[in-house]
Design a protein. Structure first.
Length: 457
C-alpha cells in the first residue's frame, strides 16, 4: 500500500518501522514525526529517525519521503544525498510532545489522555487528524494484533469498540508551556471558553496542572473561572497559588465570593492574603467575614448602587454610567435617607422613563421586603423566590443597608443544600448496604457451620 492510496495510519503503527533509501538500503527506523502547528489539520513536515548506533537524524518530509505505509518509508534519494535538518520553532514532535500527554477536549470539555494519533494520507502528504483517547489506542500501542483480536472478540459478543477520536482543532495540550507552542491558529483555545467551562476543566486536573493552566489565563479570566468552581475546589486552588497571586485573585473577585473562600483558609494564610490586598478590598471582605456562614450576612454582597433620597434621577443615572466595566449586573438603585437608612428602591426601567430632574424620593418604591443579617440563607432564599425578587436588601437593626442577596446567591444556596442532602442520603445508603452485607455474612457463616456439624461449647 503506497502513499497514493487514500488510507488512514496511526503514529503507533509507524514508530520503529524501517526507513530505506531509493536503493532499498536501510538507513534507520522511524522515531518521530513533526508537524507545523499553523494549520487546522497540519501536514507532517519532518521525519525523525534513528540511524546506525541509534544516532538521531531529522530530514524534510516533503523533500525526501517518496512512499510510506504501515510497513515503513522509502526515500527519494540515496543515503549519501540526504541533507539533515533541525526542528523548527513552529514544529511539534508527535511522539515526544503529544503521545501519552493529557489534553483538554475543548469540544467535550473534559481532560483526556492521548493514546495514539490518527493520520490521514492525502496524495503525497500525510496529515494529523486528531488524537485517539479510547481503549483502542492503548491496545494498538501494545500491538496491532491485540487491538484486532479484542475488537473481534467483542463483536462476537455483540459489543462494538469504537474509536474515540478528538479532532486536532478541538485539542489543547496541558503538559507543556502553551505560550511556547501555538497548537492551532483556528481552534477554540482554552482561554476562549466560557468561564464556567474553564472551571469544569480545572476541576478535573491535579493541582500542578491546574496551576499551569492558570498561568495562561489573564486576571479577568482566572477570576471568573475560580468564581465558577465548586466550593471544595476554590480554597484548594487558592492554597496552591503563591501569596501574591492568591491575594490578586481574591481582590479581583466579588467580595462575597472572596469571603467564602477566605473562610476556608487557615487563619495565618487568610491574614497574610488580606494584608496583601488593597485596603478597600480587604475591608469589604473583613466586613463579610464578621457574619456567620449560612446567614444572609454571610451570603450577601456589598456591591450595590445607592443614592440619597434628595438626589435626582439624572444624578442616579450618572452614578450608573461611572460604574467600572467589571461591576456586577445592576437591577435596582437603592435609595437612602440622611442616616443611611434604606427608604426605597428604584428599577432601571423607572429611571429611564422618569424626568432627570425628578427627586429619587418621588419615583422610588417604598414597600420593601428586607432581611436581617442573622436570617438563615434558607429563609432568605425562600423569600426571594416567594416574592419573585431579583435581589433582597439586607439591613441592620436601624434599617441601614448592609448589602444585597441576589437571586443567583439564592440558587447557589439551594444547590448546596440539595447536594448536601444527596451526599447524606448516599452515605446512609452505603452504610445500610454494608450493614446488610455484614449481617448476611454472619448468618451465612452460621448456616455453614451448622451444616458442617460444628457444635458450640
Amino acid at each position: 500500500m503506497d502513499s497514493k492510496g487514500n488510507i488512514m495510519l496511526y503514529l503507533s503503527q509507524m514508530l520503529g518501522k524501517p526507513v530505506v533509501d531509493c536503493t532499498g538500503e536501510k538507513i534507520g527506523t522511524v522515531s518521530d514525526l513533526a508537524i507545523s502547528t499553523g494549520e487546522v489539520f497540519p501536514r507532517i513536515t519532518s521525519l525523525a529517525f534513528q540511524g546506525p548506533g541509534k544516532i538521531p537524524f531529522m530530514i524534510s518530509w516533503r523533500k525526501y519521503v517518496d512512499e510510506f505505509d504501515d510497513d515503513g518509508l522509502t526515500l527519494q534519494v540515496e543515503a549519501h544525498d540526504i541533507r539533515f535538518s533541525y526542528l523548527q520553532p513552529d514544529e511539534v514532535l508527535l511522539a515526544r510532545d503529544l503521545m501519552n500527554r493529557q489534553i483538554v477536549d475543548t469540544q467535550g470539555l473534559k481532560v483526556v489522555r492521548v493514546n495514539d494519533l490518527k493520520l490521514s494520507v492525502s496524495g503525497s502528504q500525510l496529515r494529523l487528524l486528531g488524537a485517539e483517547v479510547g481503549v483502542r489506542g492503548i491496545l494498538r500501542g501494545l500491538a496491532p494484533w491485540i487491538e484486532r483480536s479484542v475488537v473481534s472478540v467483542a463483536k462476537v459478543f455483540g459489543k462494538k469498540i469504537d474509536e474515540q477520536i478528538i479532532a486536532w482543532n478541538y485539542m489543547d495540550l496541558l503538559d507543556r508551556d502553551l505560550s511556547e507552542v501555538q497548537l492551532s491558529v483556528t481552534h477554540k483555545r482554552l482561554d476562549e471558553l466560557h468561564p464556567a467551562d474553564v472551571a469544569d476543566i480545572l476541576e478535573q486536573l491535579d493541582p500542578q496542572q491546574r496551576a499551569n493552566v492558570f498561568e495562561h489565563l489573564d486576571d479577568a479570566q482566572a477570576t471568573e473561572a475560580i468564581s465558577e468552581m465548586e466550593d471544595e475546589y476554590q480554597s484548594d486552588f487558592i492554597e496552591s497559588l503563591d501569596n501574591k497571586q492568591a491575594a490578586n485573585v481574591l481582590g479581583n473577585m466579588d467580595p462575597d465570593d472572596a469571603a467564602d473562600i477566605v473562610r476556608d483558609l487557615s487563619y495565618e494564610r487568610a491574614e497574610t492574603l488580606l494584608r496583601l490586598m488593597g485596603v478597600e478590598d480587604a475591608t469589604e471582605i473583613r466586613r463579610l467575614l464578621g457574619y456567620k456562614d449560612g446567614t444572609a450576612g454571610g451570603m450577601m454582597t456589598t456591591q450595590f448602587v445607592s443614592v440619597a433620597d434628595t438626589d435626582t434621577v439624572g444624578h442616579a443615572i450618572e452614578v450608573l454610567r461611572e460604574l467600572p466595566e467589571d461591576h456586577p449586573s445592576v437591577h435596582f438603585v437603592y435609595v437612602l435617607d440622611e442616616y443611611d437608612k434604606l427608604v426605597g428602591v428604584c428599577s432601571l426601567r423607572t429611571l429611564v422613563l422618569t424626568d432627570d430632574k425628578t427627586p429619587m424620593s418621588k419615583c422610588m418604591y417604598d414597600d420593601l421586603i428586607t432581611a436581617t443579617p442573622d436570617e438563615t440563607e434558607e429563609d432568605v432564599s425562600a423569600d426571594i423566590f416567594k416574592y419573585d425578587l431579583t435581589a433582597m436588601p439586607v439591613v441592620d437593626e436601624r434599617g441601614a443597608l448592609l448589602g444585597i442577596v441576589t437571586v443567583d446567591d439564592a440558587w447557589d444556596a439551594i444547590e448546596d443544600d440539595v447536594s448536601s442532602d444527596k451526599t447524606k442520603t448516599s452515605a446512609w445508603k452505603w452504610v445500610g448496604i454494608a450493614t446488610g452485607a455484614v449481617i448476611f455474612l454472619i448468618l451465612y457463616t452460621l448456616v455453614v457451620l451448622q451444616i458442617a456439624g460444628f457444635h458450640w461449647r
